[in-house]
Design a protein around this ligand. Structure first.
Ligand SMILES: *Cc1c(COP(=O)(O)O)cnc(C)c1O
Length: 411
């Protein structure tokens, strides 16, 4: 082990790729926050013991410490205890899970939903349930790692098309002789923040008799009038059901979204035609051979779905913060640019790994935490600060970030 891995680690370190975990905890326990320090909730953390204003979480709606979710969690523990005790197909599926699935399906306007304990597990389980040898999968070049792992596990033929290039995708679909064709894409790309054109993709899949799987990890909760996500934002389906223009046309769609980001808790779901969902439940190995998420998670999520719908001002505030950041960055004439993004993900491209690390350190020294994202997560030469906004942030906190960036640029 020493001979194998110490040199590998040294090389890794030399390439500026070494990752370290930081110990992160709320600066003030959420249960102890007074009215004067509400701005700390979901924004300010002790990071390795140092207080920092954080732009690193995927807690886009600021629900991870929301009192309604915390109250639901306490009540669920009193009702169910803490452990699910078995896989959902044995005895880990509770009334809380059943209700959550019905509420998820109703929110996204699709007939049925299946809850998984993690998004990683949903993708790695669902894709091999849907396709196998002799089938073909068409995958956007920037797809999330767990989609790629799911495709590999399926043993279907993998065709990667250039990011967002629907003409190249159309050609590949046309050329394929596979029995079943599945197009797989992120709805919102996690390191760029841009949104795909789902209506165009669905229309393309109709023409080539392909299925479409959309991973809405970063759109769910953030986009759509009720937080339904990208499909609602683009007029396909949402709380009000399937839009008239898409009636009868969503059966080829596999909708997936995660619940540990904007929904503030943990897990994920797939939704779509009831027969597809039933088949995934029967076949997905990550569903069958893993202990269910505890009922406390399901009940916390049910509270999250209520807040998402009852507090639309969270999404409106997020858009106000986004505008403030973009205007602030422009006015500060920074040497770096924000990628175009209408979501909570606002990446600032720096370039080299070393420069990105340096800017991150300069911000850190000013009490502001923004994670640098480096290859292989993003392409070489595009290391960036992944600024992630949350409805928990205040306008003043955005101004503080912009001032810290200006200072970092000057230094
Ligand atoms: C985070 C993420 C996942 C994984 O979800 P987890 O619940 O964190 O396992 C899947 N797909 C995308 C696009 C993601 O960003």
């Amino acid at each position: 082990m020493k001979d194998s891995f110490e040199p590998e680690l040294a090389q890794w370190q030399a390439a500026q790729r070494m990752r370290v975990r930081r110990q992160v905890a709320p600066a003030v326990a959420p249960a102890e926050l007074g009215p004067d320090d509400e701005a700390l909730r979901g924004t300010t953390y002790l990071i390795d013991g140092q207080q920092r204003l954080s732009f690193g979480s995927n807690d886009y709606l600021g629900l991870s410490q929301h009192p309604a979710l915390m109250a639901a969690a306490h009540a669920a523990i009193d009702r169910y205890g803490v452990g699910a005790t078995a896989s959902p197909l044995v005895c880990g599926h509770s009334p809380a899970h059943e209700a959550l699935e019905a509420e998820l399906a109703a929110l996204v306007g699709l007939p049925r939903a299946l809850y998984f304990y993690a998004g990683y597990a949903a993708n790695v389980g669902a894709i091999p349930a849907l396709v196998g040898r002799g089938d073909a999968v068409f995958s956007d070049a920037l797809n999330h790692a767990c989609l790629i792992d799911g495709i590999r596990l399926s043993r279907a033929e993998l065709n990667v098309y250039p990011h967002g290039d629907l003409a190249a995708l159309a050609q590949a679909l046309q050329a394929s002789k596979a029995q079943r064709k599945l197009v797989v894409t992120d709805a919102v790309f996690s390191m760029d923040g841009n949104v795909v054109d789902v209506p165009a993709l669905l229309a393309l899949c109709e023409r080539h008799d392909a299925w479409l799987m959309v991973d809405d990890a970063h759109g769910f909760g953030v986009l759509g009038a009720q937080g339904e996500g990208t499909l609602s934002h683009q007029g396909i389906a949402g709380r009000a059901g399937v839009a008239p223009a898409w009636q009868g046309r969503v059966d080829r769609l596999i909708h997936m979204a995660t619940l540990g980001k904007a929904a503030g808790v943990a897990g994920a779901f797939i939704a779509g035609h009831p027969a597809m969902v039933e088949w995934v439940m029967q076949k997905a190995r990550t569903y069958m051979f893993a202990t269910a998420a505890p009922a406390v998670v399901a009940e916390s999520l049910r509270a999250a779905l209520r807040v998402m719908q009852d507090e639309p001002q969270r999404r409106a505030h997020l858009q106000t913060l986004r505008q403030r950041l973009r205007e602030g960055v422009e006015a500060a004439r920074l040497p770096w640019t924000l990628m175009p993004s209408e979501t909570a993900i606002q990446p600032l491209v720096i370039g080299s790994n070393a420069d990105a690390m340096q800017v991150m350190a300069a911000l850190d020294a000013q009490g502001v935490w923004v994670p640098a994202i480096r290859p292989p997560t993003v392409p070489e030469g595009t290391a960036r600060l992944r600024i992630s906004l949350s409805a928990a942030h205040t306008l003043g906190q955005i101004d503080r970030l912009v001032a810290a960036l200006a200072q970092a640029a000057a230094g």
